[in-house]
Design a binder for this molecule. Structure first.
Ligand code: ADP
Ligand code: DP6
Ligand code: CO
Length: 324
């Protein structure tokens, strides 16, 4: 019976943005994320004559297919498996837009691989497998809050669950400004960021910010979680702007939303932002403020789409289900 692997995206509140080992995707810093309920990827593998990658019902060729097959070959070598595979995947998230499609994509692909070969792997090993496809995917193995400890080698670099079902009122509003594929992938962006004079000092702050975030989560302190997430994301984007040469994922509306967040806070509406490698903004607020925050956004920017999200689950396997 065919099983489909489903993984949800995750948004980092303490970011991963640099590698110590690019081939093995060992990061320079530990990171912490929230897995989302609203965005996910479904994937299954099939034996086939030719290797083919179907994404959202379309045959994909070129670098995106190459990335998928390089990854599958790496896993096959690692687990002593062989044979041509076709990949069928459906993204319920915009692809390559800074909304973390690679996190759900490679967690789902790792799980689909484990399912296809009936590998007896635990969640730690599944997280290592997912990490090899995209670093952020290591955290999508888990629901709720997850921490990816950077480690020093393949064995020691994996994510673990901090709280799989947090009893915390934390809502994430994904503000979609531009869902087109970005020009600079996350892989390329984090490589370029290392030329910033602020990169090394930022990495030095990582363990402090991570432990402060873990404490804020343990204390159910929404305000502190929001403040730390916004600070950490702003540091990441400051590093991009100060790279040599500098770059940014921001678009004019990204700045507009940041200014609106500042304004809302001045007016007593508690909302914070985090932004990944793309122009889209994720807002953090509590349930009581969702309505007003959405109203303010819609009246300031008539062309944005807003999607409500909160905590999502870890890897799931679904029986007898067809991709849309
Ligand atoms: P994002 O912000 O969406 O995570 P990245 O630059 O990190 O952007 O990764 C985007 C890349 O991830 C795509 O260009 C593609 O190579 C890969 N990807 C996205 N979705 C899938 C999928 N469902 N299956 C396989 N690979 C995928
Ligand atoms: C800004 O995991 O997409 O979203 O490992 O090169 O595939 P690769 O990068 P990826 O980077 C994610 C960067 C980020 C922050 C984060 O998710 O921690
Ligand atoms: Co990504």
């Amino acid at each position: 019976m065919k099983k489909i692997a489903r993984a949800h995206t995750n948004i980092a509140l303490i970011k991963y943005w640099g590698k110590q080992n690019a081939a093995l995707r060992i990061p320079l810093m530990s990171s912490l994320s929230m897995t989302l309920d609203a965005f996910y990827t479904d994937t299954y593998l099939e034996p086939s004559q030719q290797e083919q990658f179907y994404l959202n019902g379309k045959l994909i060729e070129g670098p995106e297919a190459q990335r998928v097959f390089n990854y599958l070959h790496l896993l096959q070598r690692r687990y002593g498996k062989s044979g041509n595979l076709s990949v069928h995947s459906q993204n319920h998230v915009p692809t390559a837009a800074g909304l973390a499609s690679s996190s759900s994509a490679f967690a789902a692909l790792a799980a689909a691989f484990a399912e296809y070969y009936q590998l007896a792997v635990n969640e730690t090993e599944l997280s290592r497998m997912a990490r090899l496809g995209s670093g952020s995917a290591s955290r999508s193995v888990f629901g709720g809050f997850a921490v990816w400890q950077k480690g020093t080698d393949d064995q020691s670099s994996f994510a673990y669950s901090l709280d799989s079902n947090p009893d915390l009122d934390l809502q994430l509003l994904a503000v979609e400004i531009n869902t087109g594929a970005k020009k600079r992938s996350s892989t390329k962006g984090m490589q370029a960021a290392q030329t910033s004079p602020f990169f090394a000092p930022w990495i030095k702050r990582n363990s402090l910010e991570l432990s402060q975030m873990i404490n804020a989560i343990k204390n159910h302190d929404f305000t502190r979680i929001g403040q730390l997430a916004e600070l950490n994301a702003s540091e990441m984007h400051a590093v991009n702007l100060t790279a040599q040469p500098g770059f940014t994922y921001f678009e004019p509306t990204t700045i507009g939303v940041i200014q609106l967040v500042h304004e809302m806070r001045q007016n007593g509406i508690e909302v914070y932002y985090t932004i990944d490698a793309g122009p889209n903004v994720k807002l953090l607020c509590q349930l009581k403020n969702v309505k007003i925050v959405k109203e303010k956004l819609v009246s300031a920017f008539d062309h944005v789409k807003i999607i409500n999200a909160s905590f999502g689950p870890g890897i799931q396997y679904l029986d007898n289900y067809e991709l849309d």
